[in-house]
Design a protein around this ligand. Structure first.
Ligand SMILES: [Fe+2]
Length: 182
């Protein structure tokens, strides 16, 4: 279930606000200058299909978003629980960073958690199939799909895919992970 949890960045176990109401999540994201939408799920992708089939399944919505946001490109990334490099990838993901462009993700399948670090707030969004999330450029964030990642995500970008992460060097992502697991 999609869930928004607003925590204290310095004490992540301290919850300020929590909701699973999609309208409330959208409103909270709008207040942050971010975007949350839930798109009607077009169905699971065939297990053996190339993940890029998601671009066709959600072509209309993706096209509309591109038009509104001025985005040019889109691709699809899929990570399965048996990925041989899943641990290495998770370590790479658990680093706070920003981007020069908006980070736009649509969960065509599976789940994953985004953390946005804005001032003294830590905004956790548990995304699920059908969720569209936009992390505005410059906003500190990281992504965690857990120890058994399972998602297929459409990535929408401004021009050329620029996946350059500008790492902040803050170890907050690991600290949060440790605090929430404890
Ligand atoms: Fe990112």
């Amino acid at each position: 279930m999609t869930r928004l949890v607003v925590r204290e960045a310095a004490r992540p176990t301290e919850i300020r606000f929590e909701t699973t109401d999609r309208a409330a999540i959208a409103a909270a994201f709008a207040d942050l200058g971010a975007l949350y939408e839930h798109w009607e799920v077009a169905g699971d992708l065939p297990a053996d299909a190339d993940p890029s089939v998601a671009l066709e399944l959600y072509g209309e919505r993706i096209g509309r978003l591109k038009e509104v946001g001025g985005y040019q490109g889109a691709d699809v990334v899929r990570l399965r629980p048996d990925h041989p490099d899943r641990e290495k990838l998770r370590t790479a993901f658990l680093q706070e960073h920003t981007h020069a462009d908006d980070e736009v993700r649509f969960f065509a399948e599976g789940t994953g958690v985004f953390y946005l670090h804005i001032d003294d707030q830590l905004i956790q969004i548990d995304g699920e199939q059908g969720d569209l999330l936009l992390v505005p450029k410059g906003v500190k964030h990281w992504f965690d799909a857990g120890t058994e990642p399972n998602f297929t995500a459409v990535r929408i970008f401004t021009a050329e895919p620029k996946w350059e992460a500008l790492y902040t060097g803050d170890a907050i992502a690991l600290a949060v992970e440790a605090a929430l697991v404890a």
